[in-house]
Write a protein that binds this ligand. Structure first.
Ligand code: MGD
Ligand code: MGD
Ligand code: MO
Length: 775
């Protein structure tokens, strides 16, 4: 069912702009988090819940994927973790009466923030074809409807199964089995829009699609480069680790177009010193790079190291290069042919500045590069990350203490989901093991990633869309195209904790299955269940919720999938397993995983009593590189960087401090000085003036994209211009509001990730003066 987005009647009249902050966290953050938590869940539940976050035998924070330290604090959570928990543990409810009161058209007129604020979903509901309202449906009937629609497909590839990254290992493993049992690898996931570029670059160059450092390595590093990441907002617990590294003498360099508060200074609320003394200055150096200039920066650093090595061979780790790598000579020659002028243009930094950074790298005894979306969501993200690897290889900075690559993952179990099989391009070894374990023939042909899935839906090739968590409609690029694509599907199913836009923009028929979250107690036939998750550093541990679930009889994700399997696979065809007993006791699923996925041997024992275990990581553990030639690979990557046409700006779409992806907690972005609104575009004052505007003017953002059929334009109306400290011609605005501007076909080479951090836009005076914010 196609609906009109709430974009037309935008009220941002409370918007105000103040000076950005230079210090992150501290007491105001804790107070703010507790306020939000108490509004959602009351005082008693707040205390009961927040004290269990990330404790051994507690539940894993549904916030981010940053690992816990081994020695836990009493309150092992951060402001934004507390908000994520409060969102889920809220006492507000969305039940059948809510859906009776609100038609689809009514819900569609509200934004993601309002939808999320309504509370936890409690009952399965169905939207019949042509109906104006969802109506309640019994669990069994809902599951039979879904199984029926899947069985009726002419070809299993007519179904698409999306996963967001909060799903546990157990649920994810069973879910991929269901999907492959049906006969398709159409398993797009949020990773396709997130760290896919990291996975692609790292698998190719070092033989594993994950980072190679542990939390101890962070503490032990001599130099930490944090590029394209805003940890003060998105991975606040990382700041504690950076602080510890700093206290042990590490240098920290922030590479970012924006001076993000958390990277500059940090007040640790866990330590009295943090509160009393105004915190630690974290970054020793802030490198204000142009959007998309990072490939050039790392090439420049590599070039400088190679030049210095001509007179001082000890600059490079010759023994490492000789023993463990391939491709060095070609890399060296390619870099020597690069012109400094190009590197300067691409980065916006001077040659001297880049060389000085090279000297810092040369002087470091152990270097880690951390990154997130600022490096992964560009057209040339994969080459950019290959260049990061090149620099680390030059100095042997992989596979020894305090050194390595550190892609900082987003969703709390996005890495685990991939490990247990949520992947549209599964390896042969994985499929072979799955086939042997469950006596069936999984499909071998690769499936759709997120962007390919949208194209197939748009073209009418998909009849069933199934979303395991997430908010497909809001999170994906090109909102208008995705909404139309979703409307073409016969049946859309969402397994969700909270209401979001993907429940309102649906297929011709739609089903919502509510489910348990991390914080909820999960009691099944075999007793109270735990699930497991893998953090950003490959450590696996159990998570157990303790709160009374929002509704008796609410099914866990595992139970939903197990029951669908029981309906779909009768033992004659498809995978064979005892679905009922797997639903009753998830230890049975862990046994299957331990036989299918390498590294999970003795799974149950290794997670007992709150223990954590590390999955094998050949580069880290033994400097073994499972690449095509068995070596870590230097690569040659022709320089790329965004060329911004005359009179245009390059827009990055990012997160405010008060949101979790498409879940909006509130309308403030405290550290950046934005209050009471989200429709702002941060730009350099000279660009604002050059374009004929003034700070505070209301503009429409119009993106320009040259597709095969010529110029395409997309418009996001009514954004307030905010003069901000950013490089010239680089602008920033919040996602998901700006997803309307991101063309579906604008994706990263190799990884297919939407280029959410480089969208060419022009500014136009706002057509409709909808928002009248005072400043
Ligand atoms: N509270 C909270 N926590 C979260 C999330 C959330 O929404 N809220 N989301 C989770 C998820 S799924 C993810 S993936 C992570 C995201 O974590 P981040 O990647 O930190 O999130 P973004 O807001 O997209 O910020 C991108 C950062 O990169 C910078 N940047 C943009 N382009 C470039 C570039 O070309 N070069 C460089 N060097 N820097 C650039 C931006 O200025 C910004 O600081 O956070 C996770 N944690
Ligand atoms: N323009 C632009 N677009 C982007 C990005 C960007 O930086 N810019 N970032 C991209 C990135 S990095 C990511 S990861 C994606 C995020 O894409 P998604 O993961 O699809 O989006 P979320 O907003 O995290 O999903 C939130 C919804 O998940 C559901 N949910 C929460 N917890 C659970 C649970 O435990 N179980 C179940 N079943 N459901 C649950 C709730 O209903 C909630 O409304 O967005 C991408 N899109
Ligand atoms: Mo993400």
């Amino acid at each position: 069912m196609a609906t009109k987005a709430p974009r037309e009647n935008i009220d941002e009249s409370d918007l105000s702009v103040r000076a950005p902050k230079t210090v992150a966290v501290g007491v105001p953050a804790v107070v703010h988090a507790l306020q939000i938590a108490q509004q959602q869940m009351g005082v008693a539940r707040t205390a009961q819940t927040l004290l269990r976050v990330n404790q051994k035998d507690g539940f894993d924070c549904p916030g981010c994927a940053w690992p816990e330290e081994d020695k836990r604090h009493v309150a092992e959570f951060c402001e934004n973790g507390a908000k994520a928990v409060a969102e889920e543990a809220t006492l507000r409810r969305v039940g059948p009466d809510f859906f009776a009161r609100h038609s689809i058209a009514d819900l569609a007129a509200h934004d993601d923030w309002w939808l999320g604020q309504q509370g936890r979903l409690t009952h399965p509901v169905i939207l019949d074809e042509g109906a104006s309202h969802y109506r309640p449906i019994a669990w069994d009937d809902a599951l039979r409807e879904i199984a029926g629609a899947l069985s009726a497909l002419d070809d299993p590839d007519e179904a698409v199964f999306y996963t967001s990254g909060r799903t546990s290992n157990e649920a994810a493993f069973l879910y991929q089995l269901l999907v492959r049992g049906l006969g398709t690898n159409n398993l797009p996931d949020c990773s396709n829009m997130c760290h896919e570029s990291s996975g692609a670059a790292l698998s190719e160059t070092i033989g594993i699609g994950k980072g190679t450092v542990s939390i101890d390595d962070i503490h032990a590093a001599d130099l930490l480069i944090v590029a394209g990441q805003n940890p003060g907002t998105n991975h606040p617990r990382m700041l504690s680790a950076l602080e510890k590294a700093k206290q042990r003498g590490a240098r920290i360099i922030a590479v970012n177009p924006l001076p993000e508060a958390g990277l500059l200074r940090f007040e640790n609320p866990q330590t009295p010193r943090g509160i009393a003394f105004g915190g630690t200055a974290l970054a020793d150096d802030f490198v204000q790079i142009r959007l998309g200039g990072d490939q050039a920066l790392f090439q420049g650093i590599g070039k400088h190291l190679l030049e210095r090595a001509e007179t001082d061979a000890a600059i490079l780790d010759g023994a490492f290069i000789e023993t463990y790598t391939s491709g060095f000579a070609a890399y060296r020659d390619a870099l020597s042919a690069l012109a400094w002028d190009d590197l300067v243009t691409a980065t916006g930094l001077t040659e001297d500045r880049i060389r000085a950074l090279g000297d810092v790298v040369a002087g470091s005894s152990a270097t880690i590069v951390c990154w997130a979306m600022g490096l992964t969501q560009h057209k040339h993200s994969v080459p950019t990350l290959r260049e990061v690897v090149n620099v680390l290889l030059l100095r042997g900075d992989i596979g020894r203490p305090g050194a390595g690559v550190c892609p900082v993952r987003g969703h709390s179990n996005v890495q685990g989901d991939r490990t247990v099989g949520i992947y549209e391009k599964p390896s042969t070894a994985f499929l072979d093991a799955l086939a042997a374990e469950f006596s069936f023939a999984p499909p071998r042909e690769h499936g759709f990633d997120t962007v390919q899935a949208i194209r197939a839906m748009r073209d009418g090739a998909v009849r069933v869309f199934f979303g395991m968590g997430g908010n497909f409609v809001s999170a994906t690029p090109d909102t208008a195209v995705v909404e139309a694509a979703m409307a073409r599907v016969d049946l859309s199913v969402q397994v969700s904790t909270k209401l979001n836009r993907s429940h309102v923009v649906t297929g011709r028929r739609a089903i919502i299955l509510p489910t348990l979250g991390r914080t909820d107690r999960d009691r099944r036939g075999g007793g109270e269940q735990r699930v497991t998750v893998e953090d950003s550093m490959g450590a696996v541990h159990a998570s157990r919720g303790r709160l009374a679930p929002p509704e008796e009889g609410l099914l866990s994700e595992v139970a939903i999938v197990a029951r669908l399997c029981a309906l779909l696979f009768d033992g004659a065809t498809g995978p064979r397993a005892d679905w009922t007993s797997l639903e009753g006791d998830y230890a049975g699923i862990r046994q299957h995983i331990s036989r299918v996925v390498p590294g999970f041997e003795d799974y149950e024992q290794r997670i007992a009593k709150g223990r954590t275990f590390f999955l094998p990581n050949p580069p880290r553990d033994e400097r073994r590189f499972d690449t095509v030639d068995g070596r870590a690979r230097f690569t040659v990557n022709p320089l790329e960087y965004p060329r911004i046409p005359e009179g245009r700006l390059l827009l990055q779409t990012l997160r405010s401090h008060d949101q979790y992806n498409t879940t909006i907690y509130g309308k403030d972005d405290r550290y950046r000085g934005i209050h009471g609104g989200r429709r702002v575009v941060l730009a350099h004052i000279d660009d604002i003036r050059e374009q004929g505007f003034a700070d505070g003017d209301l503009v429409d953002l119009v993106s320009e994209w040259h597709g095969p059929d010529g110029l395409q334009e997309r418009r996001a109306p009514s954004f307030r211009l905010v003069a901000y400290d950013t490089p010239r011609r680089n602008a920033a605005a919040y996602y998901p509001e700006t997803n309307v501007l991101v063309p579906l076909d604008s994706v990263a080479d190799v990884s297919g990730t939407p280029t959410s951090k480089s969208v060419v836009i022009r500014l136009e005076p706002a057509r409709s003066p909808a928002a009248t914010g005072a400043r």
